[in-house]
Design a protein around this ligand. Structure first.
Ligand code: PEP
Ligand code: MN
Length: 359
């Protein structure tokens, strides 16, 4: 078991109050202009949001896209602090970004998914933040590598940072899924299991990529026991210079937040129910993954069927199937599950595949 982190609890950062959940961080993908920042922040303040986000330097896939306004945007963030009394936060990806944030009184920073995947940058940022007291949130890396995520916490903790939190935003995938990123909730659940002291935020905006998915992803995060949400909000999302299709107006955001069903455990009985609910949410995630994997398998199986037909080869090939069964049975043993159980499941899968190929 890895060493625990001795962290300052979320409630002692002066940003959030738990319960109730979720603790919300909201604001535009990018700071675009003084008016856009101020108008959006005012809209958020009106719905009771106190922690404002905005990207100042944007990590874009292609050069030539809008790459953020840079330091000028930090002055608008200062104005949000001054005029609205909100806490402000942004993404840092280098020592220089940290320096500019500290100079301009940014209250909290986060490491983006591409940065967490790069230990050189994480180390550079951690060292630049040494001797400061601002909270640091770490997004999961773009690839599903839990150790890389944990390594980033270790590097920051190693420089004396005690206000740490995680933001789960899903991972890149080459599979065709409806979301922008694969939610891969298991990775966050595993982080929670190993380091329950790290507060968890979900970022349904970058996970879903489209407004229509934000509610279901936010609800799932609440069911899994996440403390908070980071959601992109823009005064006029359709005109946003980045991530236009996933941002919400402040009024759509409050509608979403009010629709969430969130239960907080107070009594022992409720704690039991809460734990049960979280475990069931994990089972739901795993079941969804099973269905997705079975659907992908069926697709390949159909292709094999077509190939066999084109080449006049018999659909049913018992020797091949015996070999598959042996392989999965021995793999099951390695995972400590009954090989006979796995054989039964695979025989059912096989029957369905043959039926599909015979269509
Ligand atoms: C962001 O939060 O604006 C962002 C770029 O997110 P990510 O690092 O998750 O892609
Ligand atoms: Mn964004």
């Amino acid at each position: 078991m890895a060493a625990k982190f001795d962290l300052i609890p979320l409630n002692d950062w002066g940003f959030f109050h738990l319960p109730p959940r979720p603790c919300v961080i909201a604001g535009p993908c990018s700071a675009e202009s003084e008016e856009q920042v101020m108008e959006t922040a005012r809209g958020l303040k009106e719905i009771g949001i106190n922690v404002f986000r905005a990207g100042i330097w944007k990590p874009r896939t292609h050069p030539g896209c809008f790459e953020g306004v840079g330091v000028e945007g930090l002055r608008w963030m200062q104005q949000v602090k001054r005029e609205l009394g909100m806490k402000v936060c942004t993404e840092v990806a280098s020592e220089k970004h940290v320096f500019e944030c500290l100079t301009h009184g940014v209250d909290m920073v986060w490491l983006g998914a591409r940065t967490t995947a790069n230990p050189f940058l994480v180390q550079e940022i951690a060292e630049a933040l040494r001797d400061t007291d601002i909270p640091v949130l770490v997004k999961n890396p773009v690839n599903p590598d839990l150790d890389l995520w944990i390594g980033a916490f270790e590097r920051l903790y190693g420089q004396g940072i005690r206000k740490l939190g995680a933001i789960h935003r899903g991972v890149s995938t080459s599979s065709k899924i409806r979301y922008r990123n694969d939610p891969h909730w298991e990775m966050a659940a595993e982080l929670r299991a190993r380091y329950p002291e790290i507060p968890l935020f979900a970022d349904p905006s970058h996970m879903g990529g489209k407004r229509e998915y934000l509610k279901e992803l936010s609800q799932r995060a609440m069911d899994l026991g996440f403390e908070g949400l980071m959601i992109e909000s823009h005064r006029d999302p359709s005109c946003a210079l980045s991530d236009a299709s996933q941002q919400l107006t402040p009024s759509a955001l409050i509608e979403l937040l009010e629709s969430l069903v969130v239960r907080d455990a107070a009594t022992a009985d409720e704690r039991f129910n809460d734990e049960l609910r979280q475990l069931r949410a994990r089972i739901d995630v795993l079941d969804e993954n099973l269905v997705f994997t079975l659907a992908s398998r069926m697709k390949v199986s159909r292709q094999i069927g077509d190939l066999k037909k084109e080449n006049s080869v018999a659909i049913l090939q018992p020797s091949r199937w015996d070999a598959v069964l042996e392989k999965v049975a021995s793999s099951a043993e390695g995972y400590g599950i009954d090989p006979e159980f796995i054989k039964r499941i695979f025989n059912t899968i096989h029957d369905a595949s043959v039926a599909e190929q015979n269509k």
